[in-house]
Design a protein around this ligand. Structure first.
Ligand SMILES: Cc1ncc(C[n+]2csc(CCOP(=O)(O)OP(=O)(O)O)c2C)c(N)n1
Length: 564
């Protein structure tokens, strides 16, 4: 059947099962909006900023495991997506972004609203396309979704010139995708897996270091099974929160700059590290030369280029974590040496448990002031741990990681790699759209929330009942913390003196607003706010001097933690 490019795009989305597109219109994509008009399969949600739209697609993907979709116009619409693309790229999140482009004949002529988004987005997309011919469009859409969601996932961008949207072609969505040079390897090499397990069983101070890859490959159950079979303690990265049950006795908490004392000491004293879908980010390793000085390292990752990138590895395994973990489990399940191994490592577990007891995550109460950590603990209590938590960036993000226990994967959504302020609210909206019926909470800072607060309007328009809790410390807290510790308390440009009245602001958008200024109001306000219908913003005035501890100063080894 002959259709124009815009109709082909929309039909392809519907045929691929896309139920929602987050977007913002403009001249270059008018034809797509025309084709979307009245479409009952593909719902479009109008955001208030293109950055909000990409983060919504990203939050949708993180919460559900399905690919998120975003549609914007050319020029400024396209460039406004760059931060969202980079955010998704750093955290390996499958999204597909479609941008309009000026007509093919005008490309390169400085036409109105022209930007070379294919060039601009090259370093922050897994792959991108400039669609040159309407007859290629359906195939490219198919490929874009395939690339975004297979292998190491990531964002893919499709730039579609206006004339390609207007011209007609036969609709032909390929069933299969074949791409030269792109063959993600899912199956870990059995002999490598065997060597890895032999090495592991020969050691007595093992640690599993699990990253976001576990969540991306849906391998949480396998991780828990292997860890429990051998009683190997587990630490996760920020991206790995929820990959392993936070309430399991084997869980050591997060490692790295704001990780637990136990996790950082475990890594520093381990004789073996089993790294699973984690990339040895500098926030995790601290001073790289002194990272895990006594350990042999086994690294499993679907992306061969991430192995050996930051640290030398003794046994590399390229493959899907689910497959590799299953193979590992098969090698030890029901075997005598697994039981013997649990015994052999008991002194190690004892040591870890002593560290946990002597150095738990904690904070000091201070009379009359609301401690942000206390708020996060109350959020956990009031939600019964059943919520999806999105965060902004800064102290709020670290407290959300430290003081809420994540029992399940896909319940902690945060910009880990890029550290994008303004991520949380739109991501929470996307997650709520993907998972209706689940309580979704954005834990925010007063600085970050102001970066994309306009998306409250989107939440109100579509009755998306997200709850935002602002840990309002009147400053750019995390930067202020660095100034306090490393710049002699010179708080250069980190006070936010003109903070709006968030309750009134929420109401101006048509949402509900609540506030707590006293310790004994916190739990009640959270309860009331979470129970209220529709989008809600809860402003909690917290102790402005509070710091995030433990902290490994940048460039220091993990053992040199500043403690509370
Ligand atoms: C877009 C962006 N700009 C700047 C930064 C640098 N930065 C990191 S944390 C932070 C402060 C965040 O303040 P706030 O949102 O109030 O959270 P708090 O740390 O107080 O919890 C800043 C400015 C960033 N991460 N992202």
């Amino acid at each position: 059947m002959q259709m124009n490019g815009a109709e082909i795009l929309v039909k392809a989305l519907a045929d691929l099962g896309v139920d929602v597109v987050f977007g913002y219109p403009g001249g270059a994509v008018l034809n797509i909006y025309d084709a979307l008009f009245g479409n009952t399969k593909v719902r479009h949600m109008l955001c208030r900023h293109e950055q909000g739209a990409v983060h919504m697609a990203d939050g949708y993907a993180r919460a559900s495991g399905r690919t998120g979709v975003c549609l914007v116009t050319s020029g400024p619409g396209a460039t406004n997506t760059v931060t969202g693309l980079a955010t998704a790229y750093m955290d390996s999140i499958p999204i597909v972004v479609f941008t309009g482009q000026v007509p093919t004949l005008l490309i390169g002529n400085d036409a109105f609203q022209e930007a070379d988004i294919v060039g601009i987005s090259r370093p922050c997309t897994k792959h991108n396309y400039l669609v040159k011919d309407t007859k290629d469009l359906a195939r490219i859409v198919r490929e874009a979704f395939y690339i975004a969601s297979t292998g190491r996932p990531g964002p893919v961008l499709g730039d579609i010139p206006k004339d390609v949207l207007i011209s007609t072609a036969e609709y032909n969505l390929p069933k299969e995708v074949r791409l030269r040079g792109y063959h993600p390897n899912y199956e870990g090499h059995p002999r490598q897996v065997e060597s890895a397990m032999r090495l592991l069983l020969s050691k007595e101070r093992p640690v599993i270091y699990a990253g976001g890859g576990i969540i991306l490959s849906n391998a949480s159950e396998e991780l828990a099974e292997l860890a429990r079979l051998l009683s190997v303690p587990v630490t996760t990265t920020l991206m790995g929160m929820g990959a392993f049950p936070g309430n399991d006795p084997l869980f050591l908490g997060m490692l790295g700059m704001h990780g637990t004392y136990t996790a950082n000491m475990a890594i520093s004293h381990a004789d073996l590290i089993l790294a699973l879908g984690a990339r040895f980010d500098d926030r995790v390793t601290g001073k790289i030369d002194e990272f895990a000085p006594h350990a042999k390292i086994i690294h499993v990752d679907i992306d061969p280029t991430s192995i050996q990138k930051n640290v030398p590895v003794d046994i590399p395994i390229v493959g899907d974590l689910k497959d590799v973990l299953r193979k590992m489990i098969r090698l030890v399940k029901g075997k005598k040496d697994a039981a013997a191994y649990r015994g052999k490592c008991s002194a190690w577990r004892q040591q870890l448990s002593t560290w946990s007891k002597t150095h738990p995550l904690t904070y000091k109460e201070s009379k009359g002031k609301i401690k942000p950590q206390f708020v996060v603990e109350r959020i956990r209590e009031v939600t019964g741990g059943k919520a999806i938590i999105a965060t902004e960036v800064g102290q709020n993000q670290m407290w959300a990681a430290q003081f809420y226990t994540y029992d399940k994967p896909r319940t902690f959504l945060s910009s880990g790699g890029l550290g994008t302020m303004g991520y949380g609210l739109p991501a929470a909206i996307g997650a709520q759209v993907a998972m209706p019926g689940t309580l979704v909470v954005d834990i925010a800072g007063d600085g970050s929330i102001q970066m994309n607060i306009q998306e409250l309007a989107t939440a109100v328009q579509y009755r998306v009942p997200v709850k935002v809790v602002i840990l309002n410390n009147g400053s750019l807290g995390m930067v202020r913390q660095w100034q306090e510790l490393f710049f002699q308390g010179k708080y250069s440009q980190t006070c936010l003196p003109h903070i709006p009245d968030f309750v009134k602001l929420a109401e101006a958008y048509g949402a509900k607003g609540f506030r707590a200024t006293k310790v004994d109001e916190v739990a009640a306000v959270l309860k009331k706010g979470f129970a209220a219908e529709g989008p809600v913003l809860i402003d909690i005035v917290v102790d402005p001097a509070e710091m995030v501890y433990p902290m490994v100063p940048a460039g220091a080894p993990l053992t040199k933690m500043l403690l509370v």
